[in-house]
Design a protein around this ligand. Structure first.
Ligand code: E4P
Length: 218
């Protein structure tokens, strides 16, 4: 499974990259705003900075909601760096834009996906990635992981190339369960990735090893 980090924070991106397990980055307008990145020039420069930090795909979301606007904005973003993936909302115009970009060989990530039907449409439109938001479904007492499971089944039925990018991942168990189901990618905060490291028996075992070594090597 590929690991993407879901942030626009350069320090977090660098920390994940330095760990050696990072395959890409996803951002969205809220994450950019959280880092205080505003204005077209700053936003563009920030995407360039992220691309310099990582080797993999970097999702950059369009703000336009109409087809023509998405195409114009997406082409500008895609021209910044071959790593850029144009992130498009799951709407009628978004699906049209996704099809347009896929025929042009521009990578896409269809975002804000909350149903199997939406995921099916995204695959039909040639999306590179589809982003079902599991955490936001869990937030409203709906099983987000079940959606990943159902999309996996449908995509496997027809051998769609679109990669399932489990988004809105909030914790380590989301990552583990997505891996069990067979999501192609997960995107989550740095804390969810670092959480995978933790086990009390690892900590106590290491402490014991070091204590025993110290006793014999004084
Ligand atoms: C996906 O690409 C989104 O950026 C993100 O995963 C949304 O996560 P949230 O629901 O925690 O805001």
């Amino acid at each position: 499974m590929k690991f993407f980090i879901d942030t626009a924070n350069l320090a977090d991106i660098k920390e994940a990259q330095d760990l050696g397990v990072l395959d890409g980055v996803t951002t969205n307008p809220s994450l950019m705003a959280k880092e205080g990145i505003t204005g077209q020039e700053n936003i563009i420069n920030h995407y360039k900075a992220i691309c310099e930090l990582v080797d993999g795909d970097v999702s950059a979301e369009v703000i336009a909601t109409d087809f023509e606007g998405m195409v114009k904005e997406g082409e500008t973003l895609a021209a910044l760096n071959p790593q850029i993936v144009v992130k498009i909302p799951m709407t009628k115009d978004g699906i049209k834009a996704c099809k347009y970009f896929s025929t042009k060989g521009i990578k896409t990530n269809v975002t804000l996906v909350f149903s199997v039907g939406q995921a099916l449409l995204a695959a039909k439109a040639g999306a590179t990635y589809v982003s079902p938001f599991i955490g936001r479904l869990d937030d409203i007492s709906t099983d987000g992981l079940n959606l990943i499971d159902e999309i996996r089944l449908v995509y496997d039925n027809y051998l769609y190339d679109t990669e399932i990018l489990a988004a809105s991942v909030r914790n380590t168990m989301h990552i583990v369960n997505c891996a069990k189901i067979g999501a192609d990618v997960m995107t989550g905060p740095l804390s969810s990735i670092l959480g995978l490291l933790k086990h009390p028996l690892t900590d106590s075992g290491l402490a014991q090893f070091l204590a025993d070594y110290a006793k014999g090597n004084q």
